[in-house]
Design a protein. Structure first.
Length: 389
């Protein structure tokens, strides 16, 4: 190509570039195109803002939920951190292990069963009589009874450490205690209801007390060593047929496996705290079955329906199941049952509670079990509210 042609082509390219610039610059500077670009930028910003708002809202909801849960469970943020790290589990396991080891150690050394036989020469049989055994004695045939530290709401540790008397009396029956073929028995409920009277402690010679750890504590520290106690920690009437309760020379057995025929004339039943959480109707149904069987085995016995003792206000406020509100409702069901089935309703709340009906806090270190020093109040109430027939 000649120099002239090359020059011409270059001039033409410069001209085309200039022409294109003159065409595009007005378009690029047009307000419509600038608005499109701004809208795309604003739309991206709005999307980003919405996403961030959703994330912040979600975080606020999570934090609020955790906060409300901590308040409802009465926990602190420190507890949540420990739970995340697993420290609370380790501490709970360690604490539970130490607590149960202490309970078993105390129970093994403190709780005994006094079984003593008076030998007779009549027909070569033994007349079984339970007597007081001084602390520290270990007569032949005596076996240690270890408290059953199970799932009960508070356990027996408070009762064990509350006093010094440590004898639970079991009265084994002799071979003649089987059901006779014919017998004449006065109906203990014939003149129901009889008024309450005051009696001496010999009234309880042929009395049977049935119940849970609270009744067990009463048997240990009330001084009623002439009475018989079928009581064990965590006893529930829903398991009365299978739960080992009575310590015998051959081991622990359920109540009706050990109950002799026609030996007791008074039976005190104190259950209901461990059964809270279910319906009153299902509880009363099983309670009635239990009373019916007791009356079949002890036809001369009057039945005392013992009310559930209250708990302290602090315990009631923190335990939604074992609250005084639920205890009062269950006691009302027991009172109605007693009236309808000729049982005598016993409620010691007036001597152990504050005006609001809660257990006096100084009487129970754990908010549930009476300390040994206050068992005398319980015993005196029963002594002054006895039925003579």
């Amino acid at each position: 190509m000649s120099k002239r042609n090359r020059k011409k082509n270059q001039n033409q390219e410069v001209f085309e570039d200039a022409r294109m610039q003159n065409v595009l610059e007005p378009i690029e500077q047009d307000p419509v195109w600038r608005d499109i670009e701004d809208r795309e930028a604003r739309q991206g910003l709005r999307v980003f803002a919405v996403v961030m708002a959703l994330i912040v809202t979600l975080l606020i909801a999570i934090v609020s939920g955790i906060g409300l849960a901590l308040i409802d469970l009465e926990k602190k943020p420190h507890d949540l951190i420990q739970a995340i790290n697993g420290k609370d589990i380790d501490e709970a396991v360690t604490a539970a292990k130490e607590e149960y080891e202490a309970i078993y150690a105390a129970a093994e050394s403190k709780i005994t069963v006094d079984i003593q036989y008076d030998e007779t020469e009549n027909n070569g049989s033994a007349d079984a009589n339970a007597e007081d055994t001084p602390d520290g004695d270990d007569p032949a045939g005596q076996e240690g009874m270890v408290a059953n530290a199970s799932e009960e709401i508070a356990g027996i540790g408070e009762v064990i450490n509350a006093g010094t008397n440590d004898i639970i009396v079991y009265k084994p029956s002799d071979d003649t205690g089987t059901r006779p073929t014919t017998t004449v028995i006065n109906d203990p409920d014939a003149n129901y209801p009889l008024p309450f009277s005051t009696v001496d402690l010999s009234y309880f010679d042929d009395a049977l007390f049935i119940g849970d750890s609270r009744m067990l504590g009463f048997g240990m520290y009330s001084g009623l060593t002439n009475a018989t106690f079928y009581a064990v920690t965590s006893f529930t009437i829903f398991r009365y047929e299978t739960m080992p309760v009575v310590q015998t020379p051959t081991g622990k057995v359920p109540i009706f496996d050990a109950l002799p025929y026609d030996q007791f004339t008074k039976i005190y039943i104190k259950v209901g705290l461990n059964e809270l959480g279910g319906s009153d109707s299902s509880f009363i149904k099983v309670y009635d079955e239990f009373v019916t069987r007791l009356r079949q085995m002890e036809p001369r016995a009057i039945i005392y329906t013992h009310a559930i003792l209250p708990v302290t206000a602090a315990k009631s406020e923190t335990d939604h199941t074992h609250s005084n509100e639920n205890i009062n409702a269950r006691n009302e069901a027991l009172r109605q049952y007693a009236e309808e089935h000729k049982c005598y309703y016993i409620d010691i709340k007036p001597v152990v509670s504050l005006p609001d009906g809660s257990l006096m806090p100084e009487m129970a270190g754990d908010g549930i079990h009476l300390k040994a020093g206050y068992m005398e109040l319980w015993k005196e109430y029963l002594r002054t509210h006895a039925v003579i027939f």
